[in-house]
Design a protein around this ligand. Sequence first.
Ligand code: DX5
Ligand code: ZN
Length: 225
Amino acid sequence: MSVQLAPSVLSADFARLAEEAAAVADVADWIHVDVMDAHFVPNLTIGLPVVQSLLKHASLPLDCHLMIEDPDRWAPGYAEAGARNVTIHAEAAAAPVRTLRAIRAAGARAGLAINPATAVEPYADLLPEIDMLLVMTVEPGFGGQYFLDLVLPKIRRARKLIGGRDAAVWLQVDGGVTEETIGRCAEAGADMFVAGSSVFGATDPAAAVTELRRIAHQAWAARPD
Ligand code: DX5
Ligand code: ZN
């Protein structure tokens, strides 16, 4: 598996979600959808009804990132609706193993996200339960924030725990991913990249995705393992 790009529609025009998703449909791998509840993070975005509508119109699979309290209650519903990946936050889940299993049982890939200040090591034993680990590279809640370089050593440690380039678990980064930072993330071991403002804030979102992929691929291919 080489690198994958997941443009985040958090930075898109919410009134034109389907068109915005279509603008990157030929060049991206996923559409990343940020669900925020104004409790787990200080921002409110969209929920299941909008995701259900987007599922009808988007040709790419949806990668739903749930920044919500009580994901144990809500996450399986996103998988049942047809989201192909559903990510819950380790900090928010009361019963992550049960919830990750419920996501998989509903037919989706199961993702586990950790905030910048959350260590990865306590979750090493959960790796068989997940299909993707999301290492946040900003504090979650808003698009357009600056990339936190302090997370790079954790990305390296996460890659070691997960294994080499053919590992079953994907390693995603989200927050501040730009043409300037994506190479550092790939070099550290990330293989799936969320980018919001650097894609939907660009005049040509598709060209932005293509350029991000080129830089990430180059750095990823140069990795020793
Ligand atoms: C932030 C969200 C991100 C956001 C990234 O909490 O999880 O997915 O859209 O936006 P950028 O790429 O602008 O940092
Ligand atoms: Zn996100």
